[in-house]
Design a binder for this molecule. Structure first.
Ligand code: PMP
Length: 405
């Protein structure tokens, strides 16, 4: 059959990477302590490897002080830690020009996107400008841009917000439709790297080709940083915003990386106060850990687990997997899902399904997932994976789901 791959040709990441994955799983104490449970909610927040816990413990028991506020050794060490971690973020994101860019620590992606909107976008736009933003991604990547429009309107500056178009056939953004709405007044595009409900890689590298060299692009990388390689050089975006807690570090941490070459320089307004120094120590350790593990291998591992899950769900008639159906087919013409799969049972509500799954030890997310533009109160169950998850967990989950048919 034309195009069909011989089974012997197929790379089997779950076999190839098993000996790489096993010791990594062993480094998550909470996972090792609960062999009866399967944590399948890493898109909500990630578990932490021992190295991250150790880095925070070590910081708090050796040089804990405020940053940039004193001249004694602990204060100097804390200031150096914060500055070093800024450089670490740049390096982790493959920043080709770290002297020009800047990193600002935030409480997470929601805080980061709001800061870009309030402190940078509103200073950049003028009357009649247009921006293009996603209307069916996470609410955190829509509200800040609509709030910016309102803020500007109160100052007498009218801007137009347009919807970043999606392709029905593949579930990612539609470059041809985007080309049709980009014009001389288009000044900014906001996009999401990986969709938090459907797990699609949104193919954001194509946006630069469509909008040309001048338009700043802001990327919500909440579901990609820590899960797969993220290269600002390859993507040619201007802002990367992510949450530390989804990248193996603590809640209340995150960062905005700003390229600093398109539009005004990014300077967060207001008095910044004391940074989350212990969280920053954890973030630095998390990025080190991820780099050693290898974001590329993490992505191959979790994508292979995701395929195993979607293939299994396709065989269970009682369930519908949400999102673009073409990207689910084993011989899909488009890329398959990354580490996230969301589905519904035809008869069991998502809330009940969440409870039932937990009674067999599976921790999943069941609700409406903070997706913008969904009036859908029915909810669904989301399974999201990280490097500690195993094929055995996926098979056990499928067996439980199958018994509920
Ligand atoms: N964007 C996406 C794509 C997300 O998945 C999330 C978290 N679910 C957010 C933004 C918000 O992140 P946080 O809650 O860490 O601010």
């Amino acid at each position: 059959m034309t195009g069909a791959r011989d089974v012997t040709d197929m790379d089997c990441p779950l076999d190839d990477l098993a000996s790489w994955q096993r010791p990594l799983r062993a480094q998550f104490p909470i996972i090792g302590d609960h062999p009866e449970l399967a944590y399948l909610d890493s898109a909500a927040t990630t578990q932490k490897p021992q190295a991250v816990l150790d880095a925070m413990q070590s910081y708090l028991t050796t040089t804990n002080a405020n940053a940039g506020r004193g001249t004694y050794p602990w204060a100097n060490a804390t200031t150096a830690l914060v500055e070093r971690t800024r450089e670490r973020v740049k390096e982790f994101l493959g920043d080709p020009a770290p002297d020009r860019s800047s990193v600002h620590f935030t409480a997470g992606t929601t805080d980061g996107l709001r800061t870009v909107a309030r402190d940078w976008l509103t200073a950049f736009l003028t009357d009649g400008d247009e921006i293009v933003v996603p209307y069916a991604d996470h609410q955190a990547n829509l509200s800040p841009w609509l709030e910016a429009r309102e803020l500007l309107a109160r100052q007498g500056v009218g801007i137009r917000v347009r919807e970043l178009p999606y392709q029905e056939t593949s579930g990612d953004y539609d470059p041809a439709a985007l080309a049709g709405l980009v014009g001389p007044r288009t000044r900014f595009v906001a996009a999401t790297h990986v969709h938090h409900v459907y797990g699609n890689d949104m193919n954001v590298h194509r946006i630069r080709q469509v909008v040309g060299p001048e338009v700043p692009i802001c990327l919500d990388a909440a579901q990609s940083v820590g899960h797969m390689p993220v290269s600002v050089a390859d993507l040619d975006v201007d802002f990367v915003v992510f949450s530390g807690h989804k990248a193996l570090a603590l809640p209340g941490t995150g960062a905005i990386w700003a390229r600093g070459t398109r539009g005004p320089r990014f300077r967060p307004g207001g008095w910044s106060g004391t940074p989350n120094t212990v969280g920053i120590a954890g973030l630095a350790a998390a990025l080190d850990w991820l780099e050693t593990a290898g974001p590329d291998r993490i992505a191959r591992w979790t994508s292979a687990l995701t395929s195993r899950l979607t293939d299994g769900l396709q065989r269970l008639a009682a369930y519908d997997v949400l999102g673009c159906q073409l990207s689910l087919a084993a011989e899909s013409p488009t890329q398959r899902r990354t580490s996230i799969v969301t589905f519904r049972h035809h008869e069991i509500s998502s809330g009940d399904l969440g409870f039932i799954l937990f009674s067999d030890g599976f921790m999943v997310r069941s609700d409406s997932h903070c997706q913008a533009g969904t009036s859908d109160t029915e909810g669904s169950v989301r399974v999201s994976l990280h490097v500690h998850n195993t094929p055995e967990e996926i098979d056990a989950l499928l067996a439980t789901l199958s018994n509920l048919q």
